[in-house]
Design a protein around this ligand. Structure first.
Ligand code: ASP
Length: 341
């Protein structure tokens, strides 16, 4: 298990710092000009944005994370709250086109459908999520809109209709990167199934796309984007967004929009998770890490304990911010960075 390049578990220096978990090729992006902001009336809380680009995403995409962290930091600098900043960071990642979220969200196995999940939560109790949502460029905004309703989670067609009423739907064309990834997936998966003819049985038996199975051999791909933020008043927030895992049945929902699994925020911390959704939900990972931090464990240690719940070959990444500290960690590699304002 590899450590972040910069130390965690203490106050971050001001500026935007990239923290490639593999400590290698991704390289640090260095400090970006983010000027100090005034602390709020309650004082004493250092505004901070921590962003990740998905477990298993290449370190060459680190620039997208630093841009997103900077977007969140700019929002904090303008005096808006932690939730607004987390959403601004996720919007930047959804618009990037490389990450598996928003514009870059993976195509499902029919080569056509894009189903996305997103969630937001903060320490004041605001909570909203969407799952299996189509035709929306920024699912995180749909999740934010759900937080203003009497519900916390909307899915599928109902979520799409809700997003349309919020003027969030539109022509959502998959990015070039999503199409490239799809082509790679098809050829890899075809090879995989030739070599292991029984491996696809559950998917084949329950296949529920219009496109016949045999025409729909595709590859796996996954990734999620996320941000956790602390503002100058001490509010903590999390926002996440994903195109989900591939291969998957139509309607599959992973951990990302599920409270306590892919995300959690409360008075003591905000936690965002990425990786193998079907395994993450079984550990309620975000809530588990939150509870450890709540009982006094430093975030860096809580993340290490969280990763230790999984076999080392499972892709898992976690970022967290507490009242005073922050940390990020992944089992294999994950571009992430933090911006202190
Ligand atoms: N956790 C996401 C999901 O299972 C995928 C990922 O983060 O890689 O949908």
């Amino acid at each position: 298990m590899l450590e972040p390049r910069l130390p965690t578990g203490r106050a971050a220096p001001r500026g935007v710092f990239a923290m490639p978990i593999d400590g290698g090729e991704g390289g640090a992006a260095g400090e970006i000009d983010v000027r100090p902001a005034e602390l709020g009336q309650s004082g004493g809380f250092q505004p901070l944005v921590v962003v990740h680009g998905g477990a298993g995403a290449p370190m060459t995409w680190l620039d997208g994370c630093t841009h997103a962290a900077e977007a969140g930091a700019a929002v904090l600098k303008n005096g808006l709250d932690a939730l607004s900043a987390a959403i601004a960071s996720v919007i930047a990642l959804e618009a990037d086109g490389r990450f598996n979220a928003g514009l870059g969200a993976s195509l499902k196995l029919d080569g056509d459908a894009v189903e996305m999940d997103a969630a937001v939560m903060d320490s004041t109790g605001r909570l909203g999520a969407v799952a299996a949502l189509q035709d929306v460029r920024h699912p995180v905004l749909a999740a934010r809109a759900v937080a203003d309703t009497a519900h916390w989670l909307l899915v599928g067609d109902g979520a799409r209709e809700f997003a349309a009423r919020c003027s969030l739907t539109g022509n959502h064309e998959p990015s070039a990167r999503a199409r490239e990834r799809y082509a790679e997936v098809v050829s890899e998966l075809a090879r995989f199934w030739c070599e292991s003819p029984d491996a696809d049985l559950p998917l084949r038996r329950f296949w529920n796309y219009a496109l016949p199975w045999d025409e729909a051999l595709k590859k796996w791909g996954c990734g999620t984007v996320g941000a956790v933020v602390r503002d100058a008043t001490g509010q903590l927030a999390v926002a996440t967004s994903t195109g989900g895992a591939v291969p998957a049945l139509r309607g599959r929902v992973g951990d990302t929009p599920i409270i306590g699994s892919g995300f959690y925020a409360g008075p003591r911390a905000a936690v965002a998770v990425t990786g193998a959704g079907e395994q993450i939900v079984r550990t309620l990972l975000a809530n588990t890490v939150y509870r450890w931090i709540e009982t006094g464990l430093p975030p860096a240690d809580a993340l290490k304990q969280g990763l230790a719940l999984f076999p080392p070959d499972v892709d898992i990444g976690i970022i967290a911010v507490s009242e005073r500290e922050s940390a990020g960690l992944s089992s294999r590699g994950m571009p992430w960075c933090q911006a202190a304002v």
